[in-house]
Every structure is written in C-alpha cells, then in structure tokens.
Design a protein around this ligand. Structure first.
Ligand code: KIV
Length: 306
C-alpha cells in the first residue's frame, strides 16, 4: 500500500525530512520546560559537526564577518556573503532548525528590501527562518515578514550592528529604564509574530524578567541562565580564534592549539622528507616504469639513495 502523504504535501520529497526539528517544536520546548541549544556555523564541515552533536538550532550569524572574513565588526557583511555561507550550512545539517542572520542594511531600508532579502535565505540558502536585530523599531518589518510566511527570530540587548552607536561591545539594559524598554520590546516582537528572541549581553535578572513575561523562547548570550535557551559563537566555544574570549563565552575545547600542533607536524615531516611515505603514495607496475624511463633523458637531479 502506498505510504500516506501528509495533508497538503505535493509529489516529490517530503517538505520536512523525517528527523528534522521544526519551529513549532522549538516554541513548544519553552512550555515543556526543555532548554534550547543554538550554535553558529558558517560552512558545511562545521554544520555537519554541530548537527551531529544534537544542537537544536544553527544560526548562520553575521558574526561570520568577524570570525570568518576578518572584519572588525559585523557591519560590512553583505547579503551575498550570508547567502553563500548559509547555503553551505544547509548542505551539512539535516536535524537542526536553520536560521539566517539578516546583515546590516538588508532590512532597514524598506519592507520590500526586507522581504526580498529574507526570501533569499529561504529560496537560495535552505534556511528555515531569519533573524534580525532591534526592538520596537523593527516590529513593522517583523510583521511584514511573518505575514508573508517567513519565520523570524528577534535580537535585542547588545545588537552588534549598532556597535558604533553603543560605543563598543558593551553590556546593555543596565538601568531600570533601559531594562523596561528591552522587556517591552520583547513583548512587541512576540506580538509581531517572532517565534523566539535572542537576548545578548544584558544583566541576568533583566533577561529572566523578559523570559517570564513572554510566551516565545528567549535564547541568551551573555544574558544568564534563566533564558529558555543559549547560543554561542562556534569559534569562541572551540577556541578557534586566538586568545580573545568574551566574558560570557565558555571555551569547551582548545581546537586552535590542536590545529597548530598538527600543522607544525605536517610542516616538519614535509621538510625532513618523511611525508608522503609509501602509505600515502601511488605506485606503478615495474614494466611500465622501466618503459617510461627508457624513453627519458638522464635525470638532472642525482638519484636518491634509499
Ligand atoms: O551573529 C551572530 O553570531 C549572532 C549571535 C551572537 C547571536 O547574532
């Protein structure tokens, strides 16, 4: 008997592959009291590893500008940068919900630009949702995206695209007035249709109060343990970025040192001639080799004595 199609599905592959997490499942985790995990990834190799680790959501963050492209801030990142990296991530991950970060200038200019650019993440990169930075000032944009079928994650607190207005990467919402604004912004973003909100670099009690007052999951980064979930930048978690580590990031491994050690060994072995050895080389039949050598002039380099 042919397998039953879910209502509304067309022919071809299933709209949502079997083991993939969905956005409604992420939202339900808050009500179910289950913590949500999110990490960034920017390429297919790490997307595969993050996915294998069982992380719930992968953010293709515009932090890629800093950790992958070497810019001092996220501001120079373009839609083309994001689309290319996000597409690579979607080729590596089969389980996690995938979120593409709208770069600076891709959603502030008009509702139409926001819709066009957000659509690129879904159509060209295989993302499930987009993220954009801001509170009350982006509510109309969020509503327009959600009404047109695009799932949106909000981002409040330290919003790195505004780093020059903030005067650096500084903790936000430290005064009662600023904290109240942040909590109100979270409520407005929920009303506009966001399915979750990143809260970055704010005092833990502020994030806790916001988390208790909205029905959608908050995902904290430098916002304390009471958020519904946590996100970190992969390079901070793995120690891939030299000695710098933001206060809120925990380094779970020093992969950078392992990489340097491995590369030093490669460098040494090539210089001393122990790599490549027989195990890593191809051979040819003796007769073919002899026939080849017969037709060649004398070697200019003296034969190596082995
Ligand atoms: O760009 C990014 O990686 C982010 C996270 C730090 C939340 O926005």
């Amino acid at each position: 008997m042919p397998e039953q199609q879910p209502a509304g599905a067309y022919g071809g592959g299933p709209a949502i592959p079997p083991k993939k997490l969905t956005i409604p499942e992420i939202v339900a985790m808050k009500a179910g009291g289950k913590k949500i995990t999110m990490l960034t990834a920017y390429d297919v190799a790490f997307a595969r590893l993050v996915d294998q680790a069982g992380v719930d959501m992968i953010l293709v963050g515009d932090s890629l500008g800093m950790v992958m492209l070497g810019y001092p801030t996220t501001v120079p990142v373009t839609m083309d940068d994001m689309v290319r990296h996000a597409a690579a991530v979607s080729r590596g991950a089969t389980h996690a919900v995938l979120v593409g970060d709208m770069p600076f200038g891709s959603y502030q200019t008009s509702r139409e630009d926001a819709l066009r650019n957000a659509s690129r993440f879904l159509k060209e990169s295989g993302m499930d949702a987009v993220k954009l930075e801001g509170g009350h000032e982006v509510v109309d944009t969020v509503r327009a995206l959600v009404e047109n079928g695009i799932a949106v994650m909000g981002h409040v607190g330290l919003t790195p695209q505004r780093v020059s207005q903030f005067g650096g990467f500084k903790v936000q919402a430290k005064s009662a007035t600023a904290a109240r604004q942040l909590i109100d912004d979270c409520a407005s973003l929920e009303q506009a249709g966001c399915f979750s909100i990143v809260i970055e670099s704010v005092p833990a009690p502020v994030a806790a109060m916001a988390t208790d007052r909205i029905g959608i999951p908050t995902i904290g980064i430098g916002a304390g343990r009471d958020c519904d979930g946590q996100v970190l930048v992969l390079h901070d978690v793995l120690g891939l970025f030299g000695d710098f580590k933001p206060k809120f990031a925990k380094r779970y491994a020093d992969v950078g040192s392992v990489v340097v050690e491995a590369l030093q060994q490669y460098d040494r072995e090539v210089r001393e001639g122990s790599f490549p050895d027989a195990e890593h080389s191809f051979t040819m039949k003796d007769a073919e080799r002899a026939a080849l050598e017969q037709g060649l002039s004398e070697p200019r380099r003296p034969k190596k004595v082995v």
